[in-house]
Design a protein around this ligand. Structure first.
Ligand code: 5GP
Length: 204
């Protein structure tokens, strides 16, 4: 019997570098996880591509999908909706492949309620000043948005206690290696492999 894939959730405070770490992880060799492309109602930024960075949708379209129960989770973040389409996640896990989500903390907590067997990884800043300069340095948002993101980051860091792992993002390649090790170890968890041995047990 083939084993269902693992659901891996990477989350953490605003500006900690979740997107950068996730991209580096998927650009590195030997990754076998499937990235779940999120849906958002925010404006497309320069260089972003529909269906690669996000599925960009109107608020009306997004709300219709919520009503049809088509989202695993969603959150309203700085005035826009962000969410994870449910069908892709379930189908991919059923195929025995790992699914990787990179989402903010409210959404991660909703996923934890629905899929507590997931692997929840919290990306942390090395210190607060590093986080602050990353939020300001991003240069894509105006001052009000920056202030809102900073205030939110304080509350978000407090959510770390609900996660399985904390990974410091001091340097992106190091954070990527730490995450890979976590995922590899999770595959050796008895609860994640026991089904594969059921057949063998029956024959013994
Ligand atoms: P950005 O606008 O910078 O691309 O993303 C803003 C925040 O939304 C980031 O913290 C990112 O991790 C989060 N995010 C991206 N996709 C999703 C999603 O599907 N669900 C939730 N809850 N957050 C998401």
């Amino acid at each position: 019997m083939s084993q269902r894939g693992l659901l891996i959730v990477l989350s953490g405070p605003s500006g900690v570098g979740k997107g950068t770490v996730r991209k580096a992880l998927f650009e590195s060799e030997e990754t076998s996880y499937e990235y779940s492309i999120s849906m958002t109602t925010r404006q497309m930024r320069k260089g972003e591509i529909e269906g690669i960075d996000y599925f960009f949708r109107s608020k009306e379209e997004f709300q219709a999908l919520i009503e049809q129960d088509k989202m695993l989770e969603y959150a309203e973040y700085v005035g826009n909706y962000y969410g994870t389409p449910l069908d892709y996640v379930n189908q991919t896990l059923d195929e025995g492949k790992d699914v990787f989500l990179e989402i903010e903390v409210q959404g991660a907590m909703k996923v934890k309620e629905k899929m507590p067997d997931g692997v929840f990884i919290f990306l942390t800043p090395p210190d607060f000043s590093a986080l602050k300069s990353r939020i300001i340095g991003r240069g894509t948002d105006d001052m009000d948005v920056i202030k809102e993101r900073l205030a939110m980051a304080r509350t978000e860091i407090d959510m770390m206690r609900h996660y399985d792992y904390a990974v410091v993002n001091d340097e992106v390649p190091l954070a990527v290696e730490r995450i890979k090790k976590i995922i590899e170890s999770e595959h050796y968890r008895v609860q994640n492999v026991i089904d594969c041995y059921e057949e063998m047990l029956k024959e013994m």
